[in-house]
Design a protein around this ligand. Structure first.
Ligand SMILES: [Zn+2]
Length: 65
């Protein structure tokens, strides 16, 4: 799975706030994700993040694609 900074991830399990879409703000051994619904930041291991992703959504901020 090719996840990059700025990608929006649709996760299998929703956040307690109800949001399912997370934006990737940092990539390394851990991924830093921001919940699009409540704005909360989390840090989770890469393997766990990749397993939890249902699919990658196109970045809405990209206009020239
Ligand atoms: Zn949330």
């Amino acid at each position: 799975m090719n996840i990059q900074i700025g990608d929006r991830l649709l996760m299998k399990k929703p956040h307690p706030c109800g949001g399912k879409i997370w934006k990737v703000t940092r990539i390394g051994l851990d991924f830093r994700l921001v919940c699009e619904t409540c704005g909360r930041e989390i840090l989770i291991p890469r393997v766990k993040a990749e397993k939890g992703v249902k699919r990658i959504l196109p970045d809405e901020s990209v206009t020239n694609s």
